[in-house]
Design a protein around this ligand. Structure first.
Ligand code: NAD
Length: 438
């Protein structure tokens, strides 16, 4: 099948490569010339395990091309739209400019029988509105919505073997049939794996995505709220999480107390959901998400407070070694990264912040050139007064406390991901602080 993917960022580039892997003839379109140039050379413009191999294989085989020209999408049976929906600069709502703009510039290149398939995360109601735009254009194309659940760091696997697929189809039965059969064909090999498929309407498909992210954010903030209570009661939140996690109705995953969530999805998605619910007159239904967001942001300040306390309230001029900058391991994405936020807050207090990350230094430097970035872990730790683990890359999780003690000026560590065994650090002479841990 000929397929186009409009928007080749963290989602779209992987989706395009995955579609080629599934056997389709794919063109990826993006307005960013540098991204398109890199992808055309078969290079991933960002860090994503497994993506370079897929790109190289399919750019070489000729099944995968990239272009900045929307007209090159012409002739595709499906056009996947995977452009960004960031938080608006003026409020909590999603900025739909890119989705609206991409569909407007795609429409003149579409004809009857083609399907425009939204993958971006959008406020509920967007697909109906956009279906009317598509219908009014007279191109004869149809619209469907197929939200994406991939996780950065596992995006290739999640695209080739997702845990479910959701098809949001138009209300008209004939149109729904055409869209469903095209989507079933596009995802044929994935469906053959036995992947669960939910075929539904636009509103449900849009809501599935934001509801899933709202649930995950809630789980994280729930355990972080327990960490706050543990901190004033002397309880240990990691043991608490283990104990409640044994209940299979609760489960242990996503109950890791720490500095909280970030990235290009969860924070902006729960805010956009709240804003959309308010527009619909149902703000109270998801008002709790404001609390989820507030708990999450408080944890970042708590990490900063721990560092300041360990420096006897005098952070000015002290060297803080920050381990990790990406919003999570296995990604170079620093959008709304708790780690970068903590580093910047500490810099704002006058500390000398030396920061490192295996993949995210370039993206961090572009946003915050004022920090002192070091490629090597040893250099970052050298002479530090306090160490903060903020993104739990394996490179940092398995540090030997005795070895690190020989590099730093002060044996003080804040473990913002509760990744370490406090006993072994204390035994090596460190003052250890976790979040919600004794
Ligand atoms: P991104 O910013 O990495 O990528 C968006 C891309 O769209 C950019 O490369 C940009 O240049 C391009 N673009 C913007 N306008 C365009 C246009 N008119 N024509 C062609 N290209 C255009 O964003 P992302 O992380 O890939 O997210 C995209 C969407 O997918 C968002 O709605 C996001 O919420 C959703 N999503 C992302 C993930 C993820 O893990 N990143 C997972 C699931 C869903």
């Amino acid at each position: 099948m000929r397929v186009s993917v409009i928007g080749c960022g963290y989602l779209g580039a992987v989706h395009a490569a995955a579609m080629a892997e599934l056997g389709h003839d794919v063109v990826g379109i993006d307005v960013d010339e540098r991204k398109v140039a890199a992808l055309t050379r078969g290079e991933a413009p960002f860090f994503e395990p497994g993506l370079p191999e897929l790109l190289t294989a399919h750019v070489e085989s000729g099944r995968l091309r990239f272009s900045t020209r929307m007209e090159d999408a012409a002739g595709s049976r499906i056009h996947f739209v995977a452009v960004g929906t960031p938080q608006s600069k003026t409020g909590n709502q999603a900025d739909m400019t890119y989705v609206d703009g991409a569909i407007a510039s795609l429409l003149p290149h579409t004809t009857a029988g083609e399907i425009i398939v939204g993958k971006s995360t959008v406020p509920v109601g967007s697909a109906s509105r956009l279906a009317a735009v598509v219908a009014e254009s007279g191109s004869g194309a149809l619209l469907a919505w197929n939200p994406e659940f991939l996780r950065e760091g596992w995006a290739v696997k999640d695209s080739l073997a997702p845990d479910r697929l959701v098809f949001g189809l138009p209300p008209e039965p004939e149109q729904a049939e055409v869209a469903e059969s095209a989507l079933r064909e596009a995802y044929g090999p994935v469906l053959d794996l036995g992947t669960p498929l939910v075929v539904t309407d636009f509103a449900t498909a849009e809501l599935v995505k934001v509801a899933a992210n709202a649930f995950l954010a809630t789980k994280i903030s729930f355990i972080n709220a327990m960490a706050e209570i543990a901190e004033v009661t002397g309880a240990d939140v990691t043991q608490l999480a283990d104990a409640i996690g044994h209940d299979e109705r609760i489960g242990r995953r996503f109950l890791g107390a720490g500095v909280g969530f970030g990235g290009g999805c969860l924070p902006k998605d729960i805010r956009a959901f709240t804003a959309r619910a308010e527009e619909l007159g149902r703000g109270e239904s998801v008002a709790f998400l404001k609390e989820i967001d507030a708990i999450n942001l408080r944890r970042r300040q708590r990490v900063v407070d721990h560092v300041v306390e360990l420096l006897d309230d005098q952070p000015h001029g002290k060297t803080v070694a920050v381990l990790g900058l990406a919003f999570k391991p296995h990604s170079d994405d620093v959008r709304d990264s708790p780690a970068l936020d903590v580093a910047v807050r500490l810099k704002g207090l006058g500390a000398h912040v030396r920061a490192t990350d295996p993949e995210a230094i370039a993206n961090s430097r572009a946003l915050h050139p004022q920090l002192d970035y070091r490629e090597s872990l040893e250099e970052t730790l050298d002479g530090a007064d306090v160490v903060v683990l903020v993104t739990e890359w394996d490179e940092y999780r398995y540090l030997d406390p005795a070895h690190v003690a020989g590099l730093v000026a002060g044996r003080r560590i804040v473990d913002a991901r509760n990744s370490y065994d406090p006993q072994s650090w204390r035994a090596a002479g460190w003052t250890y602080r976790g979040l919600g841990r004794r």
